[in-house]
Design a protein around this ligand. Structure first.
Ligand SMILES: [Mn+2]
Length: 457
C-alpha cells in the first residue's frame, strides 16, 4: 500500500468535490471457480483500491462527506480462518494503514446504512456486489444499476484521471517488467514453436517477479483478431506475431503494450511497408499530444495517415479526405486509437466508458471505425493513456464490404485481396500527458525495425 496519507488525501479531495452525503464503497468478494472454497485469483474493486488500498476480500467503507470521516468495515479472522488460511493483520491495523477514522465489523454495515440517507455508490458490475447492495439498501436488483450516483461517478473520474507522481512511478515500474517480457517473447519466438510456449515464457517471468498480468496475454499469429486469447497455433516461417501484454505493478497499476514482429526475426518487404505505416500513424499522434488536444481528432489523424499511405500502395484509391469522412478506415482500423490507463487497463471502465472518455461537448460517434473509440475528449495534464493504432486484414470483414460493393470508388478490392493472409499489426505505447506535452513511458521497449531484427538475430 501507499502511505496512509495518500488514501486520506484522496478521500479528502473526494469529500471536497462532493459536498454532502455518504459514499458507500464495497470491496470485492472471492469469486468461486467451481465451488466456493476454490476461488479465482482475487482482484479488488479499483475504486476501493484507490480510496482505501486494502487488497483483501470482504471489506467495505462508508465515507461521511461533510465530516470527512471514513469507517472501514472489516472482520478479524476467526479461529476457523486461522486454521485454514492462517493469521493476518488485525482489522485495526488495516484501518491504520488506510488512515480510516473508525473500524467496525461487517455485520454493522447494514444497520449503519439504515440510519443514513443520501447514500451514493458507483456502478456495480459483479453479481455478488449487486446482491449485496440490493440487500444493504433495500432496493430491488434491477434498480441497482439505475441508482448508482452520477455525481459520484463524475467526482471519481475527475480525480482518478489525473495521475500523481507516485501513480506514474507505479506504471513505470510495471513497464520495466513489461519491457523484459516483450523482449523475451521476441527472443524466444521462432518458426516451429507454438504460441502457448511463448505465452508460458512470459507468464513465468511475471510469476518469478511475484507480479500479475494486467489482463490476459494476447499473443497470436492471427493479429487481425483484435483480442485473440487462444494460443494453439503453430508459429510458421513468414508469420507476424502480435504481442499485446502488460504487467501490473506491485500496487496494481497496469501497463498495456503491443508490439508486432516477424516470427523468423526478419521483416519481409511487404511486412515492413505496413509496419512503417502503423508506426507513422502512431508517431504523428505522439508529436501532437499535450493538454487541450482533442483525442477524437487524434484518432482521425492516425486514420488519415493510414488512408494516405495505403492509397500510395494502391490498396485504396480516390480522395483521402473522402475516405476519412466516409469512414473507409474502418475496413483496416476498426478499433479506437487509445484509452485511459491506471488501476484498470481500461481505466475506470466500470464507471461507464462515455463518462470516462467523453464530455458534454465531445460525444461518441456512432459510425463503424470510430464507434469503438474509448477516449475521445480533450486531454488534460496528468492523464495517462495508450496510443495504439493498427492495420488489420480481416477476411470476413473484407468479404462483407466487397460483396456490398461498399465505397468501391475508394477501395481497390483486387489489390486489398492480396493481403488477406497478412494478419494484423498494432503498435501500442503508454503516454503520460504533462504540462507542456507528453512523456512516452514505454519508449524503451523495442519498436524500430532494426532494433527488433538485431534483438531476434
Ligand atoms: Mn490497450
Amino acid at each position: 500500500m501507499f502511505d496512509s496519507k495518500v488514501y486520506r488525501n484522496r478521500r479528502k479531495k473526494l469529500c471536497d468535490n462532493l459536498g454532502s452525503g455518504y459514499v458507500l464503497l464495497l470491496g470485492h468478494h472471492n469469486s468461486p471457480m467451481n465451488f466456493s472454497h476454490n476461488p479465482y485469483p482475487f482482484v479488488q474493486d479499483t475504486n476501493f483500491l484507490y480510496y482505501v488500498g486494502i487488497n483483501l476480500p470482504y471489506c467495505a467503507c462508508i465515507i461521511d462527506i461533510e465530516k470527512n470521516i471514513t469507517t472501514l468495515y472489516m472482520d478479524n479472522k476467526t479461529i476457523h480462518d486461522i486454521i485454514w488460511i492462517g493469521k493476518t493483520k488485525s482489522a485495526e491495523s488495516w484501518g491504520d494503514d488506510c488512515g480510516a477514522e473508525k473500524i467496525k465489523s461487517m455485520k454493522d454495515l447494514s444497520k449503519d446504512l439504515n440510519k443514513k440517507s443520501n447514500i451514493m455508490f458507483p456502478p456495480i458490475f459483479r453479481s455478488e456486489n449487486k446482491i449485496q447492495i440490493s440487500e444493504l439498501l433495500n432496493i430491488s436488483l434491477n434498480e441497482v444499476e439505475k441508482k448508482s450516483s452520477v455525481s459520484l461517478i463524475n467526482a471519481i473520474i475527475k480525480q482518478r484521471s489525473i495521475k500523481s507522481t507516485e501513480e506514474i512511478d507505479e506504471i513505470k515500474s510495471a513497464l520495466k517488467i513489461t519491457n523484459i517480457m516483450h523482449q523475451l517473447a521476441m527472443k524466444k519466438s521462432r518458426p516451429g514453436k507454438y504460441e502457448y510456449e511463448i505465452v508460458a515464457n512470459m507468464e513465468e517471468l511475471i510469476k518469478q517477479n511475484n507480479l500479475n498480468l494486467a489482463y490476459p496475454i494476447i499473443f497470436t499469429t492471427n493479429g487481425q483478431i483484435l483480442h485473440n486469447s487462444i494460443y494453439t497455433n503453430k508459429i510458421n516461417d513468414g508469420d507476424l506475431l502480435l504481442n499485446d501484454s502488460g504487467a501490473n505493478s506491485k500496487l496494481h497499476y497496469a501497463s498495456d503494450i503491443t508490439r508486432t514482429f516477424p516470427a523468423n526475426g526478419k521483416f519481409t518487404n511487404k511486412q515492413k511497408n505496413i509496419y512503417l505505416i502503423v508506426k507513422e500513424m502512431q508517431e504523428v499522434v505522439l508529436k501532437e499530444l499535450k493538454p487541450g488536444v482533442n483525442f477524437k481528432e487524434m484518432h482521425k489523424l492516425s486514420a488519415y495517415i493510414g488512408i494516405k499511405r495505403l492509397n500510395e500502395l494502391g490498396l485504396l484509391k480516390g480522395s483521402c479526405e473522402e475516405s476519412l469522412e466516409k469512414g473507409v478506415y474502418g475496413l483496416f482500423y476498426p478499433h479506437g486509437l487509445g484509452h485511459m490507463l491506471g488501476l484498470d487497463v481500461h481505466d475506470m471502465e466500470s464507471l461507464g466508458e462515455d463518462y470516462v472518455g467523453y464530455s458534454e461537448k465531445i460525444k461518441r460517434d456512432a459510425e463503424f471505425g470510430i464507434s469503438f473509440l474509448r477516449l475521445g475528449k480533450k486531454l488534460e495534464n496528468g492523464f495517462c493513456i495508450t496510443v495504439e493504432p493498427g492495420i488489420y486484414f480481416i477476411p470476413e470483414l473484407f468479404n462483407q464490404w466487397k460483396n456490398e460493393k461498399k465505397h468501391s470508388h475508394l477501395i481497390n478490392y483486387d489489390k486489398f485481396n492480396q493481403f488477406m493472409d497478412f494478419g494484423g499489426i498494432r503498435i501500442e505505447d503508454n503516454i503520460h500527458i504533462t504540462k507542456n506535452g507528453s512523456e512516452n513511458l514505454s519508449s524503451h521497449i523495442p519498436k524500430e525495425i532494426d532494433e527488433i531484427e538485431s534483438l531476434m538475430a
